[in-house]
Design a protein around this ligand. Structure first.
Ligand SMILES: Nc1ncnc2c1ncn2[C@@H]1O[C@H](COP(=O)(O)OP(=O)(O)OP(=O)(O)O)[C@@H](O)[C@H]1O
Length: 297
């Protein structure tokens, strides 16, 4: 799975595109297993593999002048955004930044450096997992009750070759890679959830329905300028608006478990619809700009 879908997304991010990988599927189908997996060995998930790939790429390109990677990790639980790496930092607002796109205001960002990268990211994932809302449900002993977004942002600069289109100087690229582990949909009639689990379930199903409506609007056949896309109907779709129909190369991984026929059919229907969403990704690049990165020198 990593080689087929995640490696190309990582390469795109390093070339200056924004990319997202979103794990979708019903509860217990294997989304967290796909994104995080076990810390070591063959069962490692997409996040640790992506991080290892990024720093391998970096060491293979010694010409690059600057290469800065920051990690952040948030969850959306019952429509409240929280920083998974700063427990207690809850209720973050989503803001649109002209340069950085959509982001959660006040979310902590952690610089990750090559030599200790694997242990650093494992540490961040562990810390996030301890804070993330999980609970035992009928379908999964450790069910994620929130949507989680692990985000790596990149700032790179290197010397440009010169010429009319690209004058001699520095080329600065900024990009981000969103690694999204959605909470799983659950049929209330089947799961028999009650109390807090029922409340969570309503929020999860509500935000996944909003995601479905956004995908439906984007694939409705109506001309792009004439259609209304209901991004604002949930925090999830608002935060991921760039990934859904915007400046981003997005991959959705549909997770299914053979034991649940109706859920599998519903996930595959959603996935085949989502395949028709068209994004318009571009390299985020500036030439000879002074940046925070340069100021750090
Ligand atoms: N491909 C797989 N190989 C081995 N074990 C798996 C695989 N996929 C899932 N599992 C196991 O199945 C269980 C449920 O998987 P996981 O927690 O990843 O589901 P999920 O889709 O994230 O569920 P939820 O939406 O409830 O959080 C876990 O114990 C996980 O380790």
């Amino acid at each position: 799975v990593y080689d087929a879908v995640a490696r190309p997304a990582v390469s795109s991010t390093l070339a200056g595109f924004n990319a997202s990988i979103i794990a979708y599927g019903h509860t217990g189908a294997g989304k967290t297993h796909t994104m995080e997996g076990a810390p070591d060995g063959a069962q490692r998930g997409i996040i640790p593999r992506a991080v290892a790939d990024i720093f391998e790429h970096r060491s293979a390109r010694p010409g690059a002048r600057r290469f800065l990677v920051r990690a952040s990790y948030l969850q959306i639980y019952n429509e409240v955004l929280s920083d998974l790496l700063k427990p207690g930092r809850n209720g973050l607002a989503i803001r649109e930044d002209r340069k950085k796109g959509l982001r959660a205001e006040g979310l902590s960002e952690w610089v990750v450096r090559s030599p200790q990268i694997s242990s650093q990211v494992d540490g961040l994932l562990r810390r996030g997992a301890e804070t993330r809302a999980t609970a035992a449900t009928a379908a999964n002993d450790a069910s994620s009750r929130s949507h989680a977004v692990f985000c790596l942002t990149f700032e790179q600069s290197e010397a440009s070759g010169g010429g009319e289109a690209c004058p001699r100087g520095s080329v600065f690229r900024s990009s981000k890679l969103n690694l999204v582990d959605l909470a799983g949909s659950e049929r209330l009639r089947v799961s028999g959830a009650s109390g807090q689990r029922l409340e969570e379930c309503k929020y999860i199903n509500g935000s996944l329905a909003a995601l479905g409506n956004v995908v439906a609007a984007l694939t409705s056949g109506t001309a792009r300028h004439a259609r209304h896309v209901p991004y604002r109907d949930s925090k999830l779709t608002r935060l991921l608006a760039d990934s859904l129909g915007g400046n981003c190369k997005t991959t959705m991984i549909a997770c299914v478990a053979a034991a649940s026929m109706a859920e599998t059919v519903s996930t595959l229907k959603f996935a085949s619809r989502a395949r028709h969403v068209h994004n318009s990704a571009r390299i985020n690049e500036q030439i000879d700009q002074r940046t925070a990165l340069e100021a750090e020198r």
